[in-house]
Design a protein around this ligand. Structure first.
Ligand code: 5GP
Length: 200
């Protein structure tokens, strides 16, 4: 049986998801990350097709109508979504496919595909979150406060996820995710593993 699976990773903006994912991609060649589509404007220096496919609202709505999205959600004023076709291909190839998506999209995927694993990356505190968002320097004060409000809502959904990883020290968080990935691969290979910390 293929050990390919989908790992949905959510966490507030500023929780360090992108940094954790970059480390995972470097450390494990069987891990891949889906490139989402968004109507949000690119941040300076970000290339189309690398972090996101940047499209217009009309193009995004066309993709929804053509059923080319595995899931999509509105976050703030913008659409975000996961293009379907590469995901199914990667799973068949035995890859661990990471989807970096917010809580509404995560809920929709878990309903549609109950076999996916979901993980919430928890910031150590709201103060740390605000400091990280300010330090990034890419959002206005107003946008930061909007993101903090969304973060409080997202954190209230953390217990809907199969796993919660607290991102206090990057290295520990990355190790925690890799352990979960390896346990799930072993389970899919039919090995008996201690999955006592799976919330099932
Ligand atoms: P950002 O604007 O900071 O890049 O992303 C904002 C939020 O959108 C993040 O929580 C991110 O996880 C989420 N997001 C990114 N891509 C997708 C996607 O394809 N689907 C959904 N539902 N959320 C996404």
């Amino acid at each position: 049986m293929s050990e390919g699976f989908l790992l949905v990773l959510s966490g507030p903006s500023g929780s360090g998801k992108d940094t954790v994912i970059n480390q995972l991609l470097k450390r494990d060649s069987q891990i891949v990350c889906s490139v989402s589509m968004t109507t949000r404007a690119p941040r300076p220096g970000k290339q189309d097709g690398v972090n996101y496919f940047f499209v217009s609202k009309e193009q995004f709505e066309e993709n929804i109508a053509r059923e080319e999205m595995l899931e999509w959600a509105k976050y703030g004023e913008n659409y975000y979504g996961t293009p379907k076709s590469p995901i199914l291909q990667w799973i068949a190839e035995g890859k661990t496919v990471i989807l970096n998506i917010e809580v509404q999209g995560a809920g929709k995927i878990k309903e549609k595909m109950p076999e996916v694993r979901t993980m919430f990356l928890m910031p150590p505190s709201v103060q740390v979150l605000r400091a990280r968002l300010k330090g990034r320097g890419t959002e206005s004060e107003e946008e930061i406060e909007k993101r903090i409000a969304i973060a409080r809502y997202e954190i209230s959904h953390a217990y809907d996820y199969d796993y919660i990883i607290v991102n206090n020290r990057l290295e520990d968080a990355v190790e925690g995710v890799l352990e979960v990935v390896n346990r799930n691969r072993a389970m899919l290979r039919g090995e008996a593993v201690n999955n006592s910390y799976l919330f099932e």
